[in-house]
Design a protein around this ligand. Structure first.
Ligand SMILES: [Zn+2]
Length: 265
């Protein structure tokens, strides 16, 4: 039988060959795993894309071990940038701020097969001093429970909010660090304002949202923050345990320290 060269690119049945080839090029690297998004504080509800993560590299571990209060956000973002595979069009800036801390703890756990981190703690209830083994499942996490309403009714206005991403946070930081910002910006209020996307159905900029929030009367502002807090979720760097002696629920701070990110194995 005569063999013929088949030009697959012109065959309509193989119309997607190009796409398939592009798909092969875009395979996640060997050292990346598919993240089970349901484990996140957000339960992955805001990420239609697959998320692939890589183990912490030596350089990232070094960076994490030198984290301070001043550089923590910069370091954490940098770690997420290099540990989340972006070949499928999903990059770290789409991560919700509320999921960041959990991801850092997850990466540590994944990198070291969840090796326990020993913490010493004195129970405030019974005074017992004991050592506890912190692993990922002990991390203090509150989860996404219910969808946000289309808007909150505040002071006669309809205010729509969304959960800020790293991208949103970057815009916030830019304003905070801008020496030309004429307004005397309150950092906490600006963070809160970054949740607001629409006022009375109209999309608003961060600064417009900030101006709106700063001019609210105290009662309306308190009502607003209380309403919103019902929809919040986050991981905090604390380990949840039960006192070995009295069974009291205890929360132990887990430090971002060299010994945490460079455990003795
Ligand atoms: Zn106790």
């Amino acid at each position: 039988m005569k063999s013929e060269k088949i030009d697959i690119s012109n065959d309509p049945k193989n119309g997607s060959v190009k796409d398939i080839l592009a798909g092969i090029v875009n395979q996640p690297p060997k050292n990346a795993i598919l993240l089970d998004k349901s484990l996140l504080p957000s339960k992955g509800m805001f990420y239609p894309d697959k998320i692939y993560v890589k183990k912490l590299s030596t350089i990232n571990i070094k960076k994490l071990a030198t984290i301070t209060e001043q550089n923590s956000n910069f370091v954490i973002n940098n770690i997420l940038k290099t540990s989340i595979w972006d070949g499928n069009g999903f990059d770290y800036t789409k991560i919700l701020v509320a999921d960041k801390i959990w991801l850092i703890f997850f990466l540590r756990s994944y990198t070291y097969n969840d090796i326990p981190f020993k913490v010493r703690y004195e129970c405030k209830n019974c005074g017992t001093i004991a050592h506890y083994d912190f692993v990922l499942k002990n991390l203090s996490v509150s989860y996404y429970e219910k969808p946000l309403p289309e808007y909150f009714e505040i002071n006669g206005d309809q205010i729509s909010i969304e959960y800020p991403t790293i991208n949103t946070e970057m815009a916030v930081e830019k304003i905070k660090n801008d020496p030309n910002t004429l307004l005397d910006i309150d950092p906490g209020l600006l963070d809160f304002s970054s949740y607001i996307t629409k006022i009375n159905g109209r999309e608003v900029t961060l600064l417009t949202a900030y101006e709106y929030v700063s001019e609210l009367d105290g009662m309306s502002f308190t009502k607003f923050t209380n309403l919103v807090s019902d929809y919040m979720f986050i991981a905090t760097p604390y380990g949840k345990f039960k006192c070995t002696h009295c069974d009291e629920e205890i929360e132990i701070p887990i430090p971002f320290s060299p010994s945490f990110f460079l455990p003795k194995i």
